[in-house]
Design a protein around this ligand. Structure first.
Ligand SMILES: [Zn+2]
Length: 298
């Protein structure tokens, strides 16, 4: 995999100054992350260019991560548990949903959960061909990209979900603004889940940004969202480690104050403490730190 793009400006604050944060090998590929001096966002640089990313997600991503291009039992089990947890979260303060969209819908398990819970029309976007076909075979309308969805679908959604997607996007703020302006109803809900920089190993080849609870909130607010619910948790993988951050947000109202950047400090120290805590908890309570993922038949 080629990493031919050096990131010039921070994806959150657009600042040009950054310094090295982490460097490690991921499946034999050297991955470097930097931290923005202005706001504290941690992002990968150099990284894959837009064209390299497109080619990567069409096929290579799944092969590299799980050794097969299509869904396998373990992956489906994780997705099923995740869909259950996300559904519970989405139902906090949720109004009736007639149309929902899951971006990065993978095998379609969250689509299934939403459809069952709301009786709604559930659409998906999934760049991975094998996963897209899998979800389509279950009867879901799934598009390979946002551009293709927008060309075919004109109606807006009451609920848009992005589980483990935002960390893969080169321009998260721009993407979220587009989503708010073009896809979401003005009183719609956005459900986002990402790995937590302060508990999850995080620095994978495909993770272009590694979010802390603070920087995730900042990215959403910068994109014009207001946060309704916020949680750090480990479901479905861990009972004890706060591996993930899940947020339910809505477009900020017309009267909301303009975005004001609040930089995060001591990010490196928080990361070190968080990972030390993860290591200790894993040693002390291995089973509760990383619970077994039961196989599902789908
Ligand atoms: Zn920044």
């Amino acid at each position: 995999v080629k990493l031919s793009e050096t990131v010039q400006n921070c994806p959150l604050c657009a600042g040009a100054r950054s310094k090295p944060f982490d460097r490690r090998s991921f499946h034999g590929q050297m991955v470097s992350n930097r931290i923005c001096v202005g706001c504290g966002l941690v992002f990968q640089s150099p990284r894959m260019s837009a064209a390299e990313l497109d080619a990567f997600y069409e096929e290579e991503y799944r092969r590299l991560y799980q050794g097969s291009a299509g869904p396998d039992g373990k992956d489906l089990a994780v997705q099923s548990g995740r869909a259950e947890a996300l559904l519970v979260f989405a139902q906090e303060g949720m109004k009736p949903v007639s149309r929902c969209l899951d971006i990065g819908c993978s095998a379609g398990l969250l689509l299934e959960a939403f459809q069952k819970a709301y009786g709604c029309l559930a659409l998906g976007i999934e760049p991975g061909q094998a996963y897209r076909e899998y979800a389509r075979e279950k009867g879901f309308e799934v598009y390979p990209s946002l551009a293709e969805l927008r060309a075919a679908v004109k109606e807006r959604f009451e609920l848009v979900s992005m589980a483990h997607v935002l960390e893969h996007l080169p321009d998260p703020v721009g993407y979220l603004v587009g989503l708010r302006e073009n896809l979401l109803k003005p009183d719609g809900r956005l459900l986002v889940e990402v790995p937590n920089l302060y508990a999850h190993p995080s620095f994978e080849l495909a993770h272009l940004v590694s979010y802390s609870p603070h920087t995730l909130g900042q990215v959403l607010q910068r994109a014009g969202f207001e946060i309704l619910y916020f949680q750090e948790h480990g479901r479905p993988r861990s009972e004890l480690l706060p591996l993930y951050i899940t947020v339910l947000a809505r477009p900020a109202g017309a009267g909301s104050p303009p975005f004001q950047l609040i930089p995060e400090r001591r990010v490196k120290l928080k990361r070190q403490i968080g990972m030390l805590r993860s290591t200790l908890i894993t040693r002390l309570y291995p089973k509760r730190a990383w619970g077994p993922v039961s196989q599902v038949v789908s």
